[in-house]
Design a protein around this ligand. Sequence first.
Ligand SMILES: Cc1cc2nc3c(=O)[nH]c(=O)nc-3n(C[C@H](O)[C@H](O)[C@H](O)COP(=O)(O)OP(=O)(O)OC[C@H]3O[C@@H](n4cnc5c(N)ncnc54)[C@H](O)[C@@H]3O)c2cc1C
Length: 236
Amino acid sequence: CSGGHFRLQLEDGTVAEARAVVAATGARYRKLDLPDYARFEGAGVYYAATAMEAQLCADRAVVVVGGGNSAGQAAVYMSRFAAHVHILVRSEGLAATMSSYLIDRIMASDAITLHPFSEVCALSGDTHLEGLAWRDRRSGEETRIEAGALFVMIGAQPCSDWLQGCANLDEAGFILTGDGCSPFETSRPGLFAVGDVRSGSVKRVASGVGEGSVVIQAVHRFIERQKTDAMGCGNN
Ligand SMILES: Cc1cc2nc3c(=O)[nH]c(=O)nc-3n(C[C@H](O)[C@H](O)[C@H](O)COP(=O)(O)OP(=O)(O)OC[C@H]3O[C@@H](n4cnc5c(N)ncnc54)[C@H](O)[C@@H]3O)c2cc1C
């Protein structure tokens, strides 16, 4: 990304050159390292708690892994549909990682139980998740329950390694934007980022698609500015 243009090396060795680049490489959702985990992804192991998952596990116990706000929101939402919601965290509690309004709602709910110092150790089921076990990290004691769903809410790893220092990233590695003439331009003029890989983006399909369509106008404006050597952002 030096010399006023970009060079992208592709997997087959081809090099593409461009005056502007839009990064839309998304993020990999962190997973649990468990036997049979992949078999149950989409069949009881989920990364989002929406109306669809709520329907699939209505009136069954569900387990949420994670101590951040996404986990808290999933637990509170699922408590409206599930027989019971168990939240598992490896640490001693939620105070350091979750907003207090969510902690208050979780603590006030009879339908949600928090299990500190706990981690999932086994999954069971045939074609769909039917049960799981977790282990208390202090005592080693195992608890087995029948469960219709496991929500894994332990963050995402942005696919931004390939940028190799071309743009500023936040502390988790998501690409920072808003530095240039567009909300999607990065610290490097001509390099834009949209979707899940962008720091602060809403991690949903509709917002990724929306950002992807809006950014193209900013790319055109950037190229026009370069052609005319214009300074400033014009009427953006
Ligand atoms: C299991 C699951 C369920 C979800 N359910 C919903 C839902 O119900 N509703 C909703 O709105 N959202 C949902 N989401 C979130 C949604 O999928 C994302 O917000 C959306 O896909 C983000 O789009 P994106 O284009 O930014 O990234 P992605 O869809 O992740 O696409 C990024 C692409 O870039 C490619 N890539 C990565 N690195 C490189 C590289 N170095 N070179 C070339 N290519 C690269 C990847 O292979 C991938 O094809 C879900 C996500 C998951 C994981």
